[in-house]
Design a protein around this ligand. Sequence first.
Ligand SMILES: [Zn+2]
Length: 153
Amino acid sequence: MVLPADQPDVPGPDDGPACSVDPQYSDEAPTGLRPAVQAAWRSARSQAARQRITLCLNDGKRSRAQQLALFDDYVRQYGSEEIARQYVLPPGKSAHVSGYAVDVQPASAYRWLQATTGRLGWCRIYDNEPWHFEYAARYRSTGCPPRLPEPEG
Ligand SMILES: [Zn+2]
């Protein structure tokens, strides 16, 4: 996937304050995500809050360099690019780099968001990453696409 011209390769926050309901996760600002994606994130968060669910943004926007560093960490950890790709995509393929993916925590939060089945524009994409959601305006009318088993790099 090539970054569109209107999407500069801006970094996201490296970290954020601790997630208020589970401090093992962080709660980043949605900085760097595309404007429509930021708006959809804020909207999902406030709708969840009305039902006493806290959505924390454990990871959102990444620059290509941030994605590459993460990918390299996984390659080191698992000893192979092939295995690493099951968990994190290289920079050219990640929706985090393109600015429309969020990793949501804790489990109560991602279960809530998954149960919205695309009505808020957010869909779970992978079987093996229950926390990873991608935004597309069309999901509001089409619902979520069939899930993929895992990231395919
Ligand atoms: Zn993700």
